[in-house]
Design a protein around this ligand. Sequence first.
Ligand code: SF4
Length: 260
Amino acid sequence: MKFRVAEIFGPTIQGEGRNVGMPCYFVRFGGCDFRCSWCDTPHAVLPDQVRLLPQMDELEIHDKLQSLQGEAEWVVLTGGNPALFSLSNLIDLLHENNYKVMMETQGSIYKEWFGKIDDLCISPKPPSAGNTTNLTTLRDILRVTSRESKREPTKLDFSYPVPYLKVPIFTSDDLEYAEEVVMMLNDYEIFLSIGNEDPSLPTVGNPNPDMAPRLLLTRDSILDKFKDVVDGVLADHPVLQQCRIFPQQHVLLWGNERGH
Ligand code: SF4
């Protein structure tokens, strides 16, 4: 099967979530059912860019990973929304070749092969994105993909870790949404990820910014936002004090440069 592939790169580190700091490779698929205004991968989302991406099958993706330097054991499947595609055979091929598989998706679509993923991050999109993840759909996806669901009749293999949640935070409305997530899904590990508001960042809402990237300004903007969110959670959102709060480490290290 062929997939539109925006990038395959690494080794780098996972900049967010439960596996933060872990060396890994990334495979970014083109195509998404959402259009988050601040999305930092417009090349994997906007249809006029996605249709220009090369198409690769499972073996070509594996061979490209093998050609990269390094000995990282994790491969991150991301997008776009990788849940749009049939990735079961690719995951099998990666496992056969001793890779472990992480994946990030926004919780809009469920696929049976989620059960094969070694580390599944579901990142519901808050109001600032312009399209929010429906929390009832998300809860249903989590129920069927989590270890707890083993008690329910299912054909899936649940011998993998429970998925976790990562909510991007840009605005005070996003903090309110995160509270809803925590109150509805408090059995799950939940992270708050600081939104990247650097005006030099190409986004779905502004794919061609007229500012050149400057690493020090990017870092300042991320750290300022990090402090605002932490202060807000500590002062006004006790419900969120059971979440871990973090900035995107890859952005602190490399700014908005692609390929990290
Ligand atoms: S942030 Fe994720 S869900 Fe939103 S448009 Fe970008 S790839 Fe799609």
